[in-house]
Design a protein around this ligand. Structure first.
Ligand code: SF4
Length: 348
């Protein structure tokens, strides 16, 4: 299988064989492929802000924002454009190169589009990449977002088609694929991944990665989440996933989608530094940065900077603009002086 050739398709057997490879051998393969396409010291850093929180009509069983579960989150209507841009400015000052805006909707209403377009234009004017996750889109909506300058659209497939019905019943797998197709047709880059720890089998993890890798063009960004077992959701008592199984999923994602950014997303709060380091070894090269991922805690930026420093990793935006020495001085300063105005809190 030549995974860089988009004409070929991964089969279940080929994907399963990767999952069956001894872990250290698999990580070596993944790291080798990673180095062919990326600087192994570089990490892409994104910030995520919830621009409309909770009260979502969908029934995703892992999600604290579904109106069907009592999770105690504070619901918030769509934020004012200027509030969103103030958060984007703080995220930029804290080193993020991409600003992701998430709304807990089944789909945006047409009357929301002008506000969303203003947010995109404002983020772009700051010199940041923009990303949105808003649920399903119509073709016209995707085109409007593209025209406003949206760089990325996030819409996760979550899991394999076979396991999907156990997790979500209010939106079909095909509807998700259709939205990804509309986004791609509109010329927006795709961010799409899934969640490990939903109770799925290794076959299902293989099925998810096959779906993503076999898209006509694989997603440019592939977030791999570790389930956060939120009290009040149907999955609150799920068994914790073995970190090695998570690392294995990262490595397989890197091998199957060699040119994509593979992002450590939700669940990092529960990962040790060593687990995160092994994820980077396995080919992860992007993280969400900021105290909250939508409504879930995320390691404080300061601890991320310390980990970057220990591992010799460079947040990419800063690497573009600064020499390594300048960058490390800036990181060291931020580590010793964390409570500055630059300290971004996505929950603001
Ligand atoms: S994951 Fe998204 S679509 Fe599903 S319930 Fe949560 S906010 Fe709604």
């Amino acid at each position: 299988m030549n995974s860089t050739n988009s004409v070929e398709r991964w089969t279940q057997e080929q994907t399963q064989a990767l999952f069956d490879t001894p872990l250290l051998e698999l990580i070596f393969q993944a790291q080798t492929i990673h180095r062919q396409h990326f600087d192994p010291r570089q990490i892409q850093v994104s910030s995520l802000l919830s621009i409309k929180t909770g009260n979502c009509p969908e029934d995703c069983k892992y999600c604290p924002q579904s109106s069907r579960y009592k999770t105690g989150i504070n619901t918030e209507p769509l934020m004012e454009v200027e509030q969103v841009l103030a958060s984007a400015r703080r995220a930029k000052a804290a080193g993020s190169s991409r600003f992701c805006m998430g709304a807990a909707w089944k789909n945006p209403r047409d009357r929301d589009l002008p506000y969303l377009e203003q947010m995109i234009r404002g983020v772009k004017a700051l010199g940041m990449e923009s990303c949105m996750t808003l649920g399903s889109l119509t073709t016209t909506q995707a085109e409007k977002l593209a025209k406003a300058g949206l760089d990325y659209y996030n819409h996760n497939l979550d899991t394999s088609p076979q396991y999907y019905q156990k997790i979500i019943t209010t939106r079909s797998y095909q509807e998700r694929l259709d939205t990804l197709d509309k986004v791609r047709q509109a010329g927006i880059k795709i961010c799409s991944g899934g969640i490990v720890g939903l109770g799925e089998s290794a076959n299902d993890r293989a099925g998810l990665l096959m779906q993503l890798a076999n898209l006509d063009q694989p997603p440019e960004s592939v977030p791999i989440n570790m389930l956060v077992r939120v009290v009040g959701t149907p999955l609150e008592n799920n068994q914790a996933i073995d970190p090695f199984d998570f690392i294995r999923s990262i490595a397989v994602a890197r091998i199957m989608m060699p040119k994509s950014y593979v992002r450590l997303s939700a669940g990092r709060e529960e990962m040790s530094e060593q687990t995160q380091a092994m994820c980077f070894m396995a080919g992860a090269n992007s993280i969400f940065y900021g105290c909250k991922l939508l409504t879930m805690p995320n390691p404080e930026e300061n601890s991320d900077l310390k980990l970057f420093s220990k591992l010799g990793l460079n947040p990419d935006k800063q690497q573009i603009n600064q020499t390594q020495t300048e960058q490390m001085l800036k990181i060291a300063k931020r580590i010793t002086e964390p409570d500055t105005a630059l300290y971004y809190n996505a929950a603001d």
